[in-house]
Design a binder for this molecule. Structure first.
Ligand SMILES: NC(=O)c1ccc[n+]([C@@H]2O[C@H](COP(=O)([O-])OP(=O)(O)OC[C@H]3O[C@@H](n4cnc5c(N)ncnc54)[C@H](O)[C@@H]3O)[C@@H](O)[C@H]2O)c1
Length: 423
């Protein structure tokens, strides 16, 4: 499609946790129309029918039937990771643009096949690196680009959380491993803030808790309390160290067996001028040290980019995809940026298995470099601006929040009075 007045006709492939999130989010955007949903699980299709009652989309169990719909402009792929490559390649060959959930694929060969097909078919492929679209991490990147931290020479991520929600994640052949699956987001943040190519990776990890017959403990999982049928083949903890070409270092500490309430996520950066920044649980950003001085909270609009519909950035990511499809332009979370992030994950998994430092040059491919060069895709583009909803919508939200707070306080007051009456 080349005209930017037309609606983007979308098909959703995979209607599990993430597919449902995309359905709700895209369905709120007037620039698109969800025409079809594919999922082999009939129950998921029933849920899709319920969610999309008003538009009655075409529902099918085989995604190839969805791809045969000529009016579809683009598809959103939210399937288990081992299916990302075959489905994305089929979609592009059927002339569809693609929004593909992270990680790009479960190995380098599959990632590079996707990139080659993207170039041959001249399609837009945006990867679900949702943080790239969030006001929180864009604010952090803007501070980096302004020189607040001098040069960022240390980046760290502490992700201490509970299990994956669904059994397929525990099978390395399906997910590509816990580190690739989960932490490609965080490796992308490191690359974004350090702004130098990653060079070497060393990682140690294993299974402290995951054993045959492991019981899923994730707080929000529909499978909570269920025993895995197959022994888990992914790590449940790891420490990863990355060295960048400019000498910067990144490190990740991953633990996937805490039980709710969990410690959560921290993303920190330290610059060579002694200043540092720390984002906690996608909900706060503090900076201090060096020329910044005393610790202070940086104000961030945490609502406009996601409207409480999922991860920070999720609505902006969807709006941006529709714009890229309409204008046929490469997305910010493009395949080059995503390949770089996933390579660190793949190298980490390899480093654990082979007990050695893995150099990222082992994965270099001149054909892939040439594709991105010809497309003019930059590895370190300037960070796009923040997104803010209009005053009216923000005011309405503030009002809703205050009303909820008022109701909660009234409930608490009633409880106190009842307690007093009893004494
Ligand atoms: N961006 C993020 O922050 C984020 C968060 C969670 C998950 N994800 C990604 O989203 C993807 C899906 O994860 P999830 O948590 O929704 O998993 P899920 O298991 O909840 O859902 C996967 C769905 O895919 C369906 N499916 C399986 N084979 C299919 C096929 N051949 N065709 C169509 N559908 C098929 C399954 O029936 C299921 O409904 C994964 O790649 C995951 O990494 C991204």
């Amino acid at each position: 499609m080349t005209t930017n007045s037309k609606l983007v006709n979308l098909g959703l492939i995979g209607f599990g946790d993430m597919g449902r999130g995309h359905c709700i989010g895209f369905n709120k955007l007037s620039e698109c129309n969800i025409m079809a949903v594919a999922d082999p699980n009939e129950k998921q299709l029933e849920t899709a029918r319920e969610f999309l009652k008003k538009s009655s989309p075409h529902l099918c169990t085989d995604y190839r039937e969805l791809l045969d719909i000529p009016e579809l402009d683009a598809v959103v792929i939210s399937t288990p990771n081992y299916l990302h490559a075959p489905i994305t390649i089929d979609a592009m060959k059927a002339e569809k643009h693609v929004f593909l959930e992270k990680p790009v694929a479960i190995n380098v060969k599959q990632m590079d096949e996707i990139i080659k097909t993207m170039s041959e078919m001249k399609k837009i492929v945006q990867i679900g690196l949702v943080y790239r679209y969030s006001n929180l991490y864009r604010t952090m990147a803007h501070l980096v680009e302004k020189g607040t931290f001098g040069r960022v020479m240390m980046a760290y991520c502490k992700e201490y959380r509970d299990n994956f929600a669904t059994p397929w994640f525990f099978d390395e052949k399906k997910s590509g491993g816990a580190i690739l699956e989960k932490n490609c987001h965080h490796f992308d943040l490191f690359n974004w803030f350090i702004r130098s190519p990653p060079k070497k990776v060393f990682s140690m990890g294993g299974q402290h808790v995951y054993k045959p017959g492991h019981v899923i403990q994730c707080a929000f999982s529909p499978f909570k309390g269920q025993k895995l049928e197959q022994p888990p083949t992914i790590v449940d903890h790891a420490n990863v160290v990355i060295e960048y070409e400019n000498g910067a270092k990144g490190n990740l500490g991953l633990c996937m067996y805490e039980i709710s309430p969990i410690e959560g996520l921290e993303i920190g950066i330290i610059g060579d001028n002694g200043a540092w920044g720390l984002a906690k649980n996608d909900r706060s950003l503090t900076i201090a040290g060096g020329p910044v001085g005393e610790l202070r909270e940086v104000e961030v609009d945490y609502y406009s980019d996601n409207e409480n519909l999922g991860h920070v950035g999720c609505q902006v990511e969807r709006m941006a995809f529709l714009e890229c499809v309409k204008e046929e332009k490469q997305p910010h979370a493009n395949l080059l940026i995503a390949r770089d992030a996933c390579l660190i994950g793949i190298a980490s998994e390899k480093s654990i298995k082979e007990e050695r430092i893995v150099s990222l040059s082992e994965f270099s491919n001149p054909e892939i470099d040439k594709i991105f060069n010809d497309l003019g895709v930059e590895r370190f583009p300037p960070t796009p601006s923040l997104f803010s909803l209009d005053e009216k919508r923000l005011k309405a939200r503030k009002k809703r929040e205050l009303k909820n707070k008022e109701r909660a306080l009234q409930r608490e007051l009633r409880a106190i009075r009842e307690e007093l009456d009893r004494l």
